[in-house]
Design a binder for this molecule. Structure first.
Ligand code: SF4
Ligand code: SF4
Length: 215
């Protein structure tokens, strides 16, 4: 992947970035390197763009989020199928024991996701990728929804575990940026003829794992 500089579009305010600008930058890079896996390439670009937004955004600096804080990892997460494919591909690097344990948790959680968002949250189900150390096992390729999730009040997050109506106070700027990057992702998938439907995290990754042969 080249080093497309998204920050040039952000000026001093990351909210200046637009879906059209991200779309144009990623298209230009993919067209220069047509032999690569386009879906993986889009996912990596969007993730990198997101990280750049987080780096420069004052909104993130003002949030209560810290490494190892994981009350939010009991929420219902939506992903593009391309994100799920990228996560499934990255799982191949896990040691066998971890891979099998995570796969089993994905299977269990995907069944719970079938009951809908509220029921899933009420069960206080930990994400299949949350390690006992409270760290995300797929941190580098975690979905956009996780990358830009944030809270202005960690106590609300704590009280919100199991409560779908908790109303976590969040930065409107980061919600806006998530919408822009989701829109850019949808545009890119559509442009390159890739399925742009969204699904729940565990069901999406399980489907991707089942499509792969073995590991
Ligand atoms: S969203 Fe809430 S639970 Fe998640 S890291 Fe931020 S403060 Fe912690
Ligand atoms: S993918 Fe990672 S960050 Fe997202 S909910 Fe799961 S453990 Fe948390």
């Amino acid at each position: 992947m080249n080093d497309t500089d998204y920050s040039e579009h952000m000026e001093e305010d990351p909210a200046h970035i637009t879906a059209a600008e991200v779309f144009v930058d990623v298209c230009a890079d993919i067209e220069k390197n047509a032999s690569r896996n386009i879906e993986a390439c889009i996912g990596k670009h969007i993730n990198r763009c997101c990280d750049e937004v987080c780096r420069v955004s004052k909104a993130f600096a003002n949030s209560s989020c810290k490494a190892g804080c994981s009350f939010c990892c009991t929420l219902y997460v939506d992903v593009f199928s391309g994100e799920a494919n990228l996560i499934a591909a990255n799982m191949k690097a896990m040691p066998n024991k971890d891979f099998e344990a995570v796969r089993q948790r994905i299977q269990q959680n995907s069944e719970l996701e079938n009951n809908g968002i509220d029921e899933y949250i009420k069960r206080k189900t930990k994400c299949a990728f949350l390690a006992d150390t409270k760290k995300c096992m797929i941190y580098k390729c975690r979905p956009l929804a996780c990358r830009l999730y944030n809270s202005l009040n960690v106590k609300k997050c704590m009280l919100g575990v199991g409560n779908p109506d908790a109303g976590i106070p969040r930065s409107m700027e980061l919600i806006g940026i998530r919408n822009i990057l989701s829109e850019a992702t949808g545009l890119l998938y559509g442009h390159f003829g890739i399925d742009a439907t969204m699904t729940s995290l565990h069901r999406g990754v399980l489907a991707a794992l089942n499509r792969n042969e073995g590991r």
